[in-house]
Ligand binder design. Structure first.
Ligand SMILES: [Zn+2]
Ligand SMILES: [Zn+2]
Length: 326
């Protein structure tokens, strides 16, 4: 047993050094994929959704998930799925071969079937696909993950390793997100409410019990920072806040030098007393942020939060950010 485990570990390591991998994850559902593969579509939320990742040689990785009250019969879901694939390939007059395996032999009685938490499938037509159905009793989600590609384009070992890395939650808590080489975790209660996904600018805006937290990343840092980090931070980063009052201090954040800010946003100071005098609601929010330059990737990464204890929220999320590999 130990020898096999050791051997498979070595093979995995050899694979990693050939192709650098990075984490792609959405709503906690993720896998390790080659760095050159990118998220191209995402929809839904934690209880039902879809996302797709494309590789440069028309490789496609797709994830679909749904929350269910109890564990479904994974094998019959896989059977239904392959029936659909077969139907659509027949329509295009393509050859078709498909199979479900992995746990079939152990799954004789319906009782056994209901306890299965993983089923693997494969099909071959004008494209080749390897997939996996997964039931997570903790998240109560069924996940279907599939990698497809022009026949023979991806080595079986690579496709298998990718499927092997598919997970629907992390053991250390929070919900994992990973895209375009940036990964982080947010508290479980935080829901994605807004996103901007561009190569030069990424922004993911979450709202949860602890408040709002926004993770942002800018490209071409050396251009943005031509007048220095302090100037960009003051004019651009804090410049988006209205009537902000607070303090910024340089801090060490892991390998990077960062600027940490704490303060309040909202309204004009002079009018505040007037509003208070007339018992009118006044929106003032506590604000905190941590922003750093990542020279390894020539990017700026920032985590900002609004809430009761925004600095705690910023620190808890920023501690999970991976801005560069290695
Ligand atoms: Zn789970
Ligand atoms: Zn970095």
């Amino acid at each position: 047993m130990a020898a096999t485990a050791l051997r498979s570990k070595k093979t995995e390591k050899a694979g990693v050094s050939k192709t650098a991998l990075s984490l792609i994850a959405w709503e906690g559902i993720g896998a390790q994929m080659p760095e050159s593969w990118n998220l191209v579509a995402a929809s839904g939320d934690a209880s039902a959704g879809y996302y797709r990742v494309d590789g440069p040689e028309s490789e496609i990785v797709e994830f679909r998930w749904r929350k269910l009250r109890s564990q479904p019969d994974l094998e019959s879901i896989a059977e239904d799925y392959l029936k659909q694939v077969k139907k659509s390939t027949r329509k295009q007059k393509n050859i078709y071969e498909g199979d479900i395996f992995g746990s079939r032999r152990r799954a004789r009685s319906s009782k056994t079937r209901s306890r299965m938490t993983q089923v693997r499938f494969e099909w071959l037509s004008d494209r080749q696909a390897l997939g996996k159905l997964l039931w997570c009793g903790e998240c109560k989600r069924v996940v279907i993950a599939q990698i497809s590609f022009p026949p023979g384009k991806v080595e079986r070992q690579q496709a298998e390793a990718m499927l092997e890395s598919v997970h629907d939650h992390t053991l250390d808590g929070g919900v994992e997100w990973g895209l375009y080489g940036l990964s982080f975790r947010v508290p479980s209660s935080a829901k994605l409410i807004r996103q901007q996904l561009m190569s030069g600018f990424l922004s993911l805006n979450f709202k949860g019990r602890a408040g709002r937290v926004i993770i942002e990343r800018w490209g071409l840092a050396e251009v943005l920072l031509s007048d220095g980090m302090q100037a960009w931070h003051r004019n651009e980063y804090l410049g988006t806040l209205s009537s902000f009052r607070g303090e910024t201090d340089p801090v060490d954040w892991g390998e990077h030098e960062a600027l940490q800010t704490q303060g309040r946003e909202g309204g004009l100071q002079g009018l505040r007393l007037l509003y208070r005098a007339f018992f009118m609601p006044w929106r003032v929010e506590r604000f905190a942020s941590l922003v750093w330059h990542c020279p390894q990737t020539n990017r700026i990464v920032g985590v900002r939060a609004f809430g009761v204890r925004p600095l705690d929220l910023v620190h808890s999320v920023a501690a999970t950010v991976r801005c560069h590999e290695g």
